[in-house]
Write a protein that binds this ligand. Structure first.
Ligand code: ATP
Ligand code: MG
Length: 405
């Protein structure tokens, strides 16, 4: 079927005037960015739905991109025809005939914004229902849970028909909930946390700590590649590399082994908060999951969280590893995440970190360091880049390493 339009239905949307305008405005911007590769599209956001005129563009390619945009409940590729009853009957029949192999029951669902059209919604439902029933043997009408719903929309400029309703990504348009920093490591959990943050409308910027020469260029490239995987959900993502070598060396030199991890994490969090403040971020997101590893006990969170009063949101906090992995697989970050490129935490990880660190001790050990100066030097070396979905940072050989191990 050569579709002419995609009709987009909005997701969870507060009906209040100002919020609705902001929601629709953002969604329009995000859809426009997501579909930037298709110059012939015409996007019209309306109060209760959005219309994307295809102008000859292949609908499958557009659908693939559109299904990643948050704030969309569902959408339907549709066909525009002239406002003529005969054409309507014939087109409806043809659309249903294409679906007969899979459909046994159907329903017609008509909406009419042009009230001057010669038939009202009930008349259209009945007329098309009867016509299809008479012409396709074995197909029966069913009002509740039919196999196919043929949607008919009578608008001023024509009649739009669609037989498919494709599930959208749900959530809220990215940006409607403000901006936050995501602490992105190379692991499985933090990209999933980032995806979930965006799903709730939060614009994220990636904060990644790296420690050359202890961590390699490919570990950094891996974090960037993970960012590129998440970019289609929002267009582009800022990636902030924070040099962490000097802090890790100083912590390692000064702090007893049991507290190395706690103190390192306190520095990471402080730096993420500083960056958030500089960049108008309102919160920190991370990939911590309660009880998963030593740094993720509640006691440990107390000892680390102590450095800030900025909200720290942990979208995967209560998920089991298997639940996190199934999301990672769905968003296609899993295969990248398991590439064995060492990150800064694994290298400086003590063999036995304290699982229940004491807050006072953590504060005390940390006070032995000149934290302000260390942080200032780290922040002076920060590098920000903007990452798009098709950017490539790892070579195919590096990505394929898994299969040779
Ligand atoms: P992940 O799968 O996200 O790496 P993990 O199970 O390996 O998590 P940790 O290494 O303890 O857990 O890290 C916990 C969280 O701390 C991460 O989810 C991430 O948000 C943050 N974090 C850890 N290392 C880094 C890093 N190098 N840069 C930025 N954030 C980090
Ligand atoms: Mg990690």
């Amino acid at each position: 079927m050569k579709y002419t339009e995609i009709t987009v239905r909005y997701g969870e949307l507060s009906t209040k005037g100002k919020n609705r305008r902001e929601f629709i405005g953002r969604l329009n911007g995000n859809v426009t960015k997501a579909l930037a590769a298709f110059p012939d599209l015409h996007i019209y956001p309306k109060r209760d739905r959005m219309h994307i005129a295809l102008n000859g563009t292949d609908s499958d390619a557009v659908i693939e991109k559109l299904s990643m945009v948050f704030g969309i409940q569902n959408f339907s590729p549709s066909l525009k025809i002239a406002k003529d009853v005969e054409t309507l009957k014939q087109t409806a029949l043809e659309m249903m005939q294409e679906l007969v192999p899979v459909a046994k029951t159907f329903k017609i669902d008509t909406r009419r914004s042009d009230h001057e059209f010669e038939l009202d919604t009930n008349q259209i439902n009945l007329l098309l229902g009867d016509y299809i029933y008479d012409h396709i043997p074995g197909l029966t009408a069913k009002m509740k849970h039919p196999d196919v719903t043929l949607r008919v929309e009578v608008r001023r400029d024509g009649i739009y028909l669609s037989s498919q309703t494709i599930k959208g990504a749900g959530g809220l348009p990215v940006g409607t909930a403000g901006k936050a920093m995501l602490m992105l490591s190379g692991g499985i959990d933090s990209p999933v946390a980032g995806y979930l943050a965006m799903k709730r409308g939060v614009e994220i910027e990636m904060v990644h700590f790296f420690s050359p020469p202890y961590t390699s260029e490919r570990a950094l490239a891996k974090a960037k590649q993970l960012t590129a995987k998440l970019a289609p959900y929002c267009g582009t993502i800022k990636f902030i590399e924070v040099p962490f070598t000097e802090i890790q060396e100083e912590v390692k030199r000064t702090v007893p082994e049991g507290y190395l991890m706690t103190v390192q994490r306190r520095f990471m969090l402080r730096l993420a908060v500083k960056l958030a403040e500089q960049r108008q971020g309102l919160a920190i997101f991370n990939g911590e999951s309660v009880g998963q590893v030593a740094s993720q006990t509640l006691e440990s969170m107390v000892a680390i969280n102590d450095v800030t009063s900025m909200p720290i949101i942990r979208p995967v906090a209560t998920m089991d590893k298997t639940e996190i992995i199934s999301i990672a697989e769905k968003i296609d970050t899993f295969d990248l995440s398991i590439l064995p490129f060492e990150d800064c935490c694994t290298i400086f990880a003590p063999p036995r970190p304290k699982t229940k660190p004491n807050l006072e001790k953590a504060r005390f050990y940390e006070s032995q360091l000149d934290g302000e100066a260390l942080m200032a030097r780290s922040l002076a070396g920060v590098k920000v880049t903007e990452i798009r979905s098709h950017d490539e940072f790892l070579t195919t050989d590096q990505i394929d390493i898994q299969s040779v191990l």
